[in-house]
Write a protein that binds this ligand. Structure first.
Ligand SMILES: O=P(O)(O)OC[C@@H](O)[C@@H](O)c1c[nH]c2ccccc12
Length: 258
């Protein structure tokens, strides 16, 4: 299996002695019209990849900030289909890999084959499907095989080592190391186990290991970034865009200095 673009981009960043930074946004929060602007803003800010959240009525892994953003996006009429269609319109302007994060339900409703085709047409480089366990992932990996779209696997603090090794074997793009037990959203403190957890993942994984959940300020970006190959920041960016505080996002990235 050829190495996919998303992974190559991550590896190139890391090879420069830098850390990867993935910024999550809720697609359609602020209306579908603001999607282009938000993506280009993050691209200009120098993020390594952009994670596009698809709004869903039952986002079991999400905390209040992303839940509310999802409701606003749904109210604005955003859905998987029109989000992908919107991106297709300006895909030539996007040079930063896009990762679609969706729960399984909207993908099944779309139809897996049609969804995969639409992702290819809009230039999507990766997928995160948090409620699709590795054991069932063939329903989509069979469609992704001949594409340049990577299915990102998630690992949690409670994953047993045997499972971690299994996931690492199947991993492509990067491994998403969830850093908290619970839902997305800003945290003040992280478990003492974090360093060991991430070190172990890096040891068993052939692909970059990125840490996400709870990371919201430059101090945390730096500290947790140092333990992994990079970080993923969601709620803090979603909130900043909602507040019109783009400067805060720039600061988060500028002080990255990892
Ligand atoms: O918001 P946080 O705590 O910074 O966490 C990242 C996260 O938002 C993003 O990657 C994400 C949003 N919803 C998810 C559901 C599952 C896995 C990951 C996600």
């Amino acid at each position: 299996m050829a190495i996919k673009t998303l992974q190559k981009v991550m590896e190139a960043k890391i090879a420069q002695g830098e850390k990867a930074f993935v910024a999550y946004i809720m697609a359609g929060d602020g209306g579908l019209d603001s999607l282009r602007e938000q993506i280009l803003f993050l691209q200009d800010s120098g993020v390594t990849a952009i994670e596009l959240g698809i709004p869903f009525t039952d986002p079991v892994a999400d905390g209040p900030v992303i839940q509310e953003a999802g409701l606003r996006a749904l109210e604005a009429g955003a859905n998987l289909r029109n989000i992908l269609k919107t991106i297709t319109k300006f895909k030539d302007e996007i040079h930063t890999p896009l990762v679609v994060m969706s729960y399984l339900n909207p993908i099944i409703a779309y139809g897996i084959q049609d969804f995969t085709k639409a992702c290819e047409q809009s230039g999507v480089s990766g997928l995160i499907i948090p409620d699709l366990p590795l054991e069932e992932s063939t329903i989509i990996t069979s469609e992704l095989q001949d594409t340049d779209i990577a299915l990102i696997q998630l690992v949690s603090l409670t994953s047993p080592q045997k499972r971690i090794i299994k996931i690492a074997k199947a991993a492509e793009g990067f491994i998403y190391a969830v850093t908290v037990n619970g839902t997305t959203g800003v945290r003040q403190e992280f478990t003492e186990q974090l360093e060991q957890y991430l070190a172990n993942l890096k040891k068993v994984s052939q692909v970059p290991v990125l840490a996400g959940f709870g990371i919201s300020n430059s101090q945390q970006v730096k500290e947790i970034g140092a333990m992994a190959d990079g970080v993923i920041v969601g709620s803090a960016i979603v909130q900043a865009f909602h507040d019109g505080n783009n400067k805060q996002i720039t600061e988060l990235l500028n002080k990255q200095s990892m």
